[in-house]
Design a protein around this ligand. Sequence first.
Ligand SMILES: Nc1ncnc2c1ncn2[C@@H]1O[C@H](COP(=O)(O)OP(=O)(O)OP(=O)(O)O)[C@@H](O)[C@H]1O
Ligand SMILES: [Mg+2]
Length: 271
Amino acid sequence: MLLDVQNLKVSFDTPDGVVEAVRGLDFTLAEGESLGIVGESGSGKSQSVLALMGLLAANARVTGSARLHADSGPIELIGARSRTLNRVRGARIAMIFQDPMTALNPHLRIATQMTEVLTRHRGLGRRAAHAAAVAMLDAVRIPDAARRIRYFPHQFSGGMRQRVMIAMSLACEPDILIADEPTTALDVTVQADILDLMAELRTRTRTALLLITHDLGVVAGQCERMLVMRRGEIVERGAIGPVFAGPSHDYTRALLAAVPRLDGPRPAPRG
Ligand SMILES: Nc1ncnc2c1ncn2[C@@H]1O[C@H](COP(=O)(O)OP(=O)(O)OP(=O)(O)O)[C@@H](O)[C@H]1O
Ligand SMILES: [Mg+2]
């Protein structure tokens, strides 16, 4: 077992009282496995994974356990010191957000940002790190990577920027990739390309995936197992096939009823 989450709870202190965002989450993730997390807006999906990364807002309170099983032994992520979390983030667990601009530094060239990650987490020298960064951009099919690595983030289109993010996040061959709505902001054809690319690179690096999405079609295409969250709790879990064929919870049934049939025509681009 790579990751073992037990009774994870997240609440927020607000002027209006306590908001219980995550109310006791249990799940495991095996090496190389892909787990989808779906659920309505506000159900606690993002806060759950931010808790694992130690990236919650200052008014958050977290309890429970999330053990990452490293070669050197288990690491408890909940309540870990920032020194531990800094080592885990990027090197062992990487995260991609809906808007890559939130994770990229707008003032630094991609080359600078990628080589920084590679020298820090993989201990490469500057030249080797630069070569590895170009190779990663090649791998995510950025045309003319050797030249474009000198671009600033805003010089890439939305889809290309998300490719850069994927390249950066997988450059250190993390154990786990967390992707929170990674393609929601992109149009449907670009979405499919990016998801395929992510799957291809993950197979190569044996990286496990925690994929948060509103799109059950995406879960069906990318994941082996899924969790359905509602109001901070898991209401359904299982392998994709059985959950799609016979959901046990009304809420999952409602979600599935709202999806265009998977064997039907592709939905038209939104927006
Ligand atoms: N800093 C905060 N202070 C108070 N409440 C917060 C804070 N951050 C998040 N919340 C609340 O926690 C709950 C869960 O939020 P979360 O971001 O996990 O939802 P989500 O499932 O990711 O939704 P979406 O699909 O819209 O991204 C929400 O009710 C949200 O308003
Ligand atoms: Mg969210």
